[in-house]
Design a protein. Structure first.
Length: 154
């Protein structure tokens, strides 16, 4: 009987996919890093072609092309924005190919923010389908903010 021989380099070289939570978090972290580094191609490469970005202003609902047109001048100046997740929750649909998340963000320009969204696993790569950026308003301030928003409307 011939013994079965294994090649150690072949065993070591086989990539082990990261846990889904780690993979999704890595995409989101890299997406935020790409903005901070003004790497436009990398930033928009994380978005699916049909992605939607919802900004903090009620008028800001952009498909990928419109969001890229809005963001391009910022990236072209070599500075976009800096968001760093300080807390994140990730969940998965049955089958594990769709994930949704919410994250608390530290931002130097806007203060505390919240992001939430949906990703889909496509050919081994997680793509962002939707991202919703919001500013959490303390309940105690909601009356004042509501009044100010009503006064601001054209």
């Amino acid at each position: 009987m011939n013994p079965v021989l294994f090649s150690l380099p072949a065993l070591v070289a086989a990539p082990v996919p990261p846990a889904p939570e780690i993979a999704v978090a890595a995409v989101l972290d890299d997406w935020h890093r790409a903005a901070a580094q003004a790497d436009e191609a990398r930033y928009f490469g994380h978005l699916a072609p049909e992605a939607v970005f919802l900004g903090t202003d009620g008028t800001e609902r952009w498909d990928k092309a419109a969001f890229q047109a809005y963001a391009h001048p910022h990236f072209a100046k070599g500075r976009a924005w800096s968001f760093k997740a300080v807390k994140r929750h990730i969940a998965f649909a049955a089958g594990g190919t769709v994930a949704w998340f919410d994250e608390d963000l530290d931002t130097p320009n806007m203060g505390p923010c919240r992001g939430s969204g949906v990703l889909e696993l496509r050919q081994g790569t997680w793509k962002i389908l939707q991202y919703n950026l919001s500013v959490p308003i303390p309940n105690a301030l909601m009356g004042e903010i509501k009044t100010r928003i009503a006064q601001h409307k054209p």
